[in-house]
Design a protein around this ligand. Structure first.
Ligand code: GUN
Length: 299
């Protein structure tokens, strides 16, 4: 069997178009333009690429983009002062502080200083607790994107066996909460899981989010399983000066022979993350203004 390819790039374009349509109606009907502030401290090249892309797509969706690029030597105190300013700025509906932060800054402290209602990353401890208890939360963008792809594929996820490989706060844990909320039977597997292949083999849904290139191979999968690959890993270049190949946490060649459907890397989950950031900014704006939330763009 050759798996169906889940086209995250196309789906993300649909999500962005829906967001843009809602933004346009918000402006026309209520005079409201959602605003997203992105804060980048330092010059990490990957972070710079992400931030540029976020700014561009925010503007394309008709939203206001506020970029704050701070020097790597910025003090924690100054960063907290900026967060406080953004919390109190009515033009800012969403705040994202790009991670990782330099070592001298306490990430947790900064994340938890963001107004939870503007926490479009869903990393604030209040949002983590709201999600875990099934209440209305801001939901982390990557897991939200995976959930959208799965709901689109299956319709209902109720009763499915889901195995999440990886237990990070950004992907693994919130992903497990979202799947549980959609009535899956959920297992979180990780580096210390015994017989991990056998655990993954039980799954109707596999979410690979470990950050280890091509770790999940076809012989780990149940026939017909739906595989969502969150990994973005660059392999060492074949020759000097060249760029290494981008691969996921799943060995696509073998997995696609067994899976029923699979997301590619690139072009799978990746584009969904920024699309969901825009969706979260729209959701935060609607909530802040007591307006109905956009359908199909939240968990
Ligand atoms: N760095 C890598 N991924 C993310 C993300 O989803 N949010 C933030 N704030 N920083 C990141």
């Amino acid at each position: 069997m050759t798996a169906q390819i889940i086209d995250g790039k196309a789906f993300a374009a649909e999500v962005r178009a829906k967001v843009a349509e809602h933004v346009s109606a918000l402006k026309a009907d209520h005079g409201i333009t959602p605003g997203l502030a992105v804060v980048l401290v330092g010059e990490d090249p990957a972070s710079q690429v992400y931030v540029r892309s976020k700014g561009k797509q925010t503007v394309e969706a008709g939203m206001e983009s506020f970029e704050h690029k701070l020097d790597v030597s910025t003090s924690e105190e100054d960063l907290l002062a900026l967060v406080d300013k953004l919390n109190n700025d009515p033009a800012v509906n969403g705040i994202l502080v790009q991670l990782p932060l330099p070592d001298h800054i306490d990430e947790e402290k900064v994340i938890n200083a963001i107004d939870p209602a503007k926490d479009v990353d869903g990393f604030h401890i209040s949002n983590v607790g709201l999600l875990a208890t099934g209440q209305k939360a801001m939901v982390p963008c990557t897991p939200l994107g995976c959930l959208m792809l799965l709901r689109d594929h299956f319709g209902s996820l109720s009763g499915k066996e889901a195995v999440v490989v990886g237990r990070s706060n950004i992907v693994g844990k919130p992903m497990a909460q979202l799947l549980l909320r959609d009535s899956c039977t959920v297992t979180i597997a990780h580096s210390r899981t015994k017989d991990i292949e056998e655990v993954v083999k039980r799954a109707d849904i596999v979410i690979a989010a470990v950050g280890r290139p091509e770790m999940v191979t076809g012989d780990w999968l149940k026939k017909g399983a739906v595989v969502i690959d969150v990994g973005i890993n660059r392999l060492p270049p074949a020759e000097e000066g060249a760029k290494g190949k981008l691969v996921g946490d799943v060995d696509f060649a073998s997995a696609s022979q067994v899976a029923g459907a699979i997301t590619p890397v690139p072009g799978g989950v990746g584009p969904m993350t920024i699309a969901c950031l825009l969706a979260n900014t729209l959701t935060a704006t609607c909530r802040a203004n007591g307006l109905p939330e956009p359908e199909g763009l939240t968990a």
